[in-house]
Design a protein around this ligand. Structure first.
Ligand code: SF4
Length: 474
């Protein structure tokens, strides 16, 4: 399917399908080209490998020096852009960089890296280690950052973990997730053997504590009688990561960014894992049931679920009565595009278009399973494509990230920030109420009565930004 705005890059056609009008793949999903190099000329919104490693997986570790080895720009633009909160703010408050300049590119940046690690460790003795993220420039000139990390580790007497996550290594941030998982597993997991009984313990894998999501579901697992050892990675210390191999079960929330470490733990330690979703009423209930089943605690799970659902349903019913029948376009980094159609159904809403930035084939198969016929499913959209889909499909709500917020507003479309949440938390049962509240505030905001008809380009828009009715809107 070729959008009008893609006349000059017809290669984009293979990234779009409409459910019901395509021949499903052998896996039962949709044949959307994904996880491939961006077509030249396509102004992709993807992040780089470094962004995935530093911004998603390594960055939430709260008590290490987060040091970017590269030019200042890589570090600046990765500082504090995801609200992966914790009960301390060291990892968010400070951003460290080797600040490579022209002379370092000519003569090498290794000595600067060594000095930076030592200086940062001396300046912040409370830090439990140093995470060093490699970027494009030192990788291209051939700095041996791993060797420097080894030398620095001996000098400062704390773990110095080197991530080979230079931005150009992958087609999107997705490779950075993989590098982050693999490096943390190899360098840290299992490096301490604590005493104690871990027979009823789990790790939450692939939750990044966006706006304190963990606070919504941690008490629910505790109410089952299950202890969470490590949260990979959100509100987590480096010491907790070292012992995560002791858990009896890995409970994986984000399958795309964190199944890697669960697979490695299964291979090395025999730790089983389950995939769950921790957003939404049905998903959260299923997650508790699956965890309880593993430990033989089914009765407790039913008690917890019954009490929680009874508590939130009056509010959910209130929002459902205001939102039922509304149509949603959802565009997220990866799995939220298939996690959230169920939540929206719980509010009586339907997904009519779904896209991801870095999803792989399995993600698109799951989107396909979770949406109805006629839904547009597409990969790695750019701003013009988003404008055209908003115009053509006229959704009542666009759920996406901060980059797309202003496209939505300019197109007269109510918007919810599903990536970093403006408010939140959205996980667990109580988070579902916040999610519904924010959707209601977005869709039913009085401002739309004043501007929406004027701001929205008419259906049949020809894909040329200058020829829409936008010019006459105000
Ligand atoms: S692509 Fe390279 S230069 Fe750009 S932010 Fe990523 S690591 Fe830095």
């Amino acid at each position: 399917m070729l959008l009008k705005c893609n006349k000059t890059i017809p290669e984009r056609a293979k990234h779009f399908v409409v459910k019901g009008s395509c021949t499903p793949t052998p896996g039962g999903g949709c044949p959307v080209a994904s996880n491939v190099q961006t077509t030249p000329g396509d102004m992709t919104e993807r992040g780089c490998t470094y962004a995935g490693c530093r911004g998603v997986v390594g960055g939430p570790v709260k008590d290490v020096i987060q040091l970017t080895h590269g030019p200042i720009g890589c570090s600046f633009y990765s500082w504090g852009y995801r609200p992966h909160l914790a009960d301390s703010d060291f990892h968010i408050k400070y951003s460290f960089t080797t600040d490579l300049e022209e002379s370092n590119i000519v003569f090498g940046g290794e000595q600067k890296l060594l000095q930076s690690i030592i200086e940062a460790a001396e300046e912040f003795p409370e830090a439990k280690g140093v995470f060093v993220y490699n970027t494009c420039a030192p990788a291209l000139i051939g700095d041996d950052g791993k060797d420097i990390a080894k030398i620095a580790q001996e000098k400062i007497g704390k773990p110095v973990v080197f991530f080979r996550c230079e931005g150009f290594a992958g087609v999107s941030q997705s490779l950075g997730h993989h590098v982050g998982n693999e490096t943390i597993f190899k360098e840290l997991v299992g490096s301490v053997e604590p005493e104690g009984d871990f027979s009823r313990s789990i790790n939450i894998v692939g939750d990044y504590n966006i706006k304190h999501d963990i606070r919504t579901f941690e008490p629910l697992f505790e109410a089952l009688g299950v202890r969470i050892i490590t949260r990979f990675t959100g509100n987590v210390s480096v010491d907790e990561i070292k012992i995560m191999h002791k858990a009896a079960l890995n409970v994986i929330h984000c399958a795309r960014s964190a199944t890697y470490i669960a697979d490695m733990m299964k291979d090395k330690y025999g730790t089983p894992y389950i995939h769950v979703t921790l957003w939404g009423i049905k998903h959260m209930s299923d997650a508790l049931r699956a965890t309880a089943q593993f430990f033989g605690l089914e009765d407790r799970a039913e008690q917890v679920i019954e009490a929680q659902v009874a508590k939130i349903m009056p509010q959910i019913n209130h929002y459902r009565s205001r939102l039922a029948g509304k149509k949603v376009f959802i565009y997220q980094g990866g799995p939220r595009a298939w996690h959230w159609p169920q939540l929206l159904r719980e509010l009586g809403m339907d997904v009519i278009a779904a896209a991801t930035t870095f999803g792989h084939e399995e993600d698109y198969d799951k989107i396909y399973e979770n949406v109805g016929d006629g839904t547009l499913i597409f990969d790695n959209p750019n701003a013009l494509e988003i404008e055209e889909v908003l115009t053509t499909y006229q959704p009542d709500l666009f759920i996406s990230g901060n980059k797309e917020r202003y496209i939505a507003y300019k197109m007269g479309t109510p918007f919810v920030n599903g990536h970093t949440y403006d408010t939140g938390p959205y996980a667990g049962f109580s988070g579902m109420v916040n999610f519904a509240r924010d959707i209601d505030r977005a869709i039913n905001a009085p401002v739309w009565k004043l501007v929406q008809k004027k701001a929205r380009p008419v259906p049949g828009w020809n894909g040329n930004r200058n020829e829409t009715s936008m010019a006459e809107a105000f």
